[in-house]
Design a binder for this molecule. Structure first.
Ligand code: ADP
Ligand code: MG
Length: 541
């Protein structure tokens, strides 16, 4: 892929060792050069993702050095994979990451907006306006924009499933897997609604929604699992693969011979001593397994251990004999999720492993999914608010992109839980902001009015790009859109399917207010910090 940050990093600050103390400060053109170079580099990044905006946007194929290929439409993913040299270009990558963390969607839009704002500021700078004046006005304009957006928004209730589905679909429509938008939208809405209490929750912990990717089948086969799934099969040592009314325990210690703290060697010279060592080991393991059995546990979950075997072969053998099903290699970061969903308490040592830490359920059984086996536990008593999604896909590229898209859709619903308001999509909010902001600029004076107007015009980049990517004539489309908004049609937007300007709410293209607000404020902030940089100091020896 072409290096987007074509502009090279500027030369390091000149040494100030000259005899004339003031000579270093006489270089008046330098800050301007640095600024120009930052703006050029950052704009190049924005241009690289521009073609992927919107439902008719293009996808990118990213080839990694090792040969792995990713196909994606997600701005944050594209930018993350780029190897950028210029520090200002890297700021845009951080910008899209910030948007990903805050809202989860709108990662392409935020970068495009920042690019357009930088373009506007370059023009303002060339007219001799001071960077500080520009950045202060831009920050205020950003605040004004969020007010305008909030005015436009319509409140939404979490019981209004139809609206939630629509907003998830809007986000999914622009993805590579858009033909499966229906399934994924329904999955994301159901998953979020299962883990929250709509009456009082104001955030969603996405860790409570565990997505498991399994190759095979098609995306349509994706389902919410009624129960708790484990990616592992139960260990094969002749132990049970199906347990009725299981008592489930979770251990964080190992059932294998202990290791010495230091690298030691024990030399065993005769058979009698060897026998003794083996007997000791048997006795040690048997003791642990017996205690586990005594607590009543018959499904044992074991955390993955990096130091030694979590469960040795001999221990497996004993556990199998005592009819205890073993699921090992549970990742450390999954422990919290497992505890919450099964209502089980993890035991860090054998002494803590007692009957009251165990969870009860109706059934634990090994099931076949695609080409591999998984363990599924159903009917968990006092189950926590978590949910399991089994994501399917016919090949790795589709599956990975479906995962990323589902994440975006989940984030969209999360935005609605955080801030229960929706606005129209399709360039309508941006055009409305342009008009209202220019109106507002008439009430201002001097440089600020000028900067506000420039900010307002820059926002037209979103409808312009949407039209361009959809194969429409951008100038004609944006002009018509502007006229319609000027006539008071707040929700007029670009209907990419019909190639016209229509009321976009009737097209069911809606997006969370939070996504747009966060995009505009984050973009304005990043542009301000880029404008304020007047030197790049390289610390390289
Ligand atoms: P991002 O990564 O910024 O979310 P997308 O590729 O998802 O980028 O594009 C989002 C933009 O596409 C938003 O401005 C949204 O309003 C617009 N959009 C999405 N679906 C439609 C549609 N069906 N018609 C018109 N515009 C749409
Ligand atoms: Mg999107």
């Amino acid at each position: 892929m072409a290096q987007p940050a074509a502009a090279k990093a500027p030369a390091p600050a000149r040494a100030m060792g000259s005899s004339n103390q003031h000579s270093a400060f006489k270089d008046k053109t330098k800050p301007a050069e640095i600024r120009a170079s930052s703006i050029t580099a950052a704009k190049a990044v924005a241009d690289a993702v521009r073609t992927s905006l919107g439902p008719k946007g293009m996808d990118k194929m990213i080839q990694e050095p090792k040969g792995d290929v990713t196909i994606t439409n997600d701005g944050a993913t594209i930018l993350q994979q780029m190897k950028l040299a210029h520090p200002a270009a890297k700021m845009l990558v951080e910008l899209s990451k910030a948007q990903d963390a805050e809202a989860g969607d709108g990662t392409t839009s935020v970068v495009i907006l920042a690019g357009a704002l930088l373009d506007a500021s370059a023009k303002l700078l060339s007219r001799g306006i001071h960077p500080t004046a520009i950045s202060e006005s831009f920050l205020r304009a950003g605040e004004k924009c969020s007010e305008i957006l909030t005015d436009m928004a319509t409140p939404v209730d979490l019981s209004d499933r139809e609206s939630l589905l629509k907003s998830a679909s809007t986000s999914l429509n622009s993805k590579v897997v858009h033909q499966h938008a229906g399934t994924l939208a329904a999955t994301s809405v159901d998953a979020v609604l299962k883990v929250i209490d709509p009456a009082k929750d104001t955030n969603v912990d996405l860790k409570d929604i565990k997505i498991m990717k399994k190759l095979g089948g098609v995306v349509e086969d994706t389902e919410l699992i009624d129960g708790v799934l484990f990616d592992q099969k139960s260990s094969s040592f002749g132990g049970p693969t199906r347990v009725d009314k299981p008592k489930i325990g979770l251990i964080q210690f190992c059932i294998s011979p202990p290791k010495t703290d230091m690298d030691n060697q024990v030399v065993v010279s005769d058979y009698a001593a060897m026998d003794r060592v083996l007997r000791e080991e048997r006795q040690y393991l048997l003791n642990i397994v017996k205690q586990i059995k005594k607590s009543g546990c018959n499904v044992l979950l074991v955390q993955k251990s990096i130091l030694r075997d979590a469960v040795s072969d001999l221990a497996h053998h004993f556990l199998a004999k005592m009819k205890i099903m073993v699921i090992k290699d549970i990742e450390r970061e999954d422990i919290e999720y497992v505890c919450k969903s099964l209502n089980v308490r993890p035991a860090a040592s054998l002494d803590h492993f007692t009957a009251d830490t165990l969870a009860t359920a109706e059934l634990a059984e090994e099931i076949q999914t695609g080409s591999s086996k998984m363990v599924k536990i159903t009917g968990v008593q006092n189950r926590g608010r978590t949910v399991n999604v089994l994501l399917r896909g016919s090949n790795k590229l589709v599956l990975e992109e479906a995962d990323r898209s589902l994440h975006d859709a989940l984030c969209v619903i999360r935005c609605l839980v955080k801030k229960r308001a929706l606005i129209a999509g399709g360039g309508a909010p941006e055009m409305e902001m342009t008009l209202r902001l220019s109106e507002h600029s008439h009430t201002l004076t001097g440089v600020e009015a000028y900067c506000f107007r420039a900010f307002a015009d820059a926002l037209e980049i979103i409808p312009y790009t949407l039209a361009e990517n959809a194969g429409l004539n951008p100038i004609v489309t944006v002009t018509e859109l502007r006229n319609r908004h000027a006539k008071g049609e707040k929700n007029a937007g670009i209907n990419v399917r019909r190639g016209q300007i229509t009321n976009i709410l009737e097209e069911s293209v809606v997006q969370p207010l939070l996504v747009s607000v966060s995009a505009i404020t984050l973009a304005a902030e990043t542009v301000c910090s880029i404008l304020k940089i007047d030197d790049v100091i390289n610390v390289v020896n």
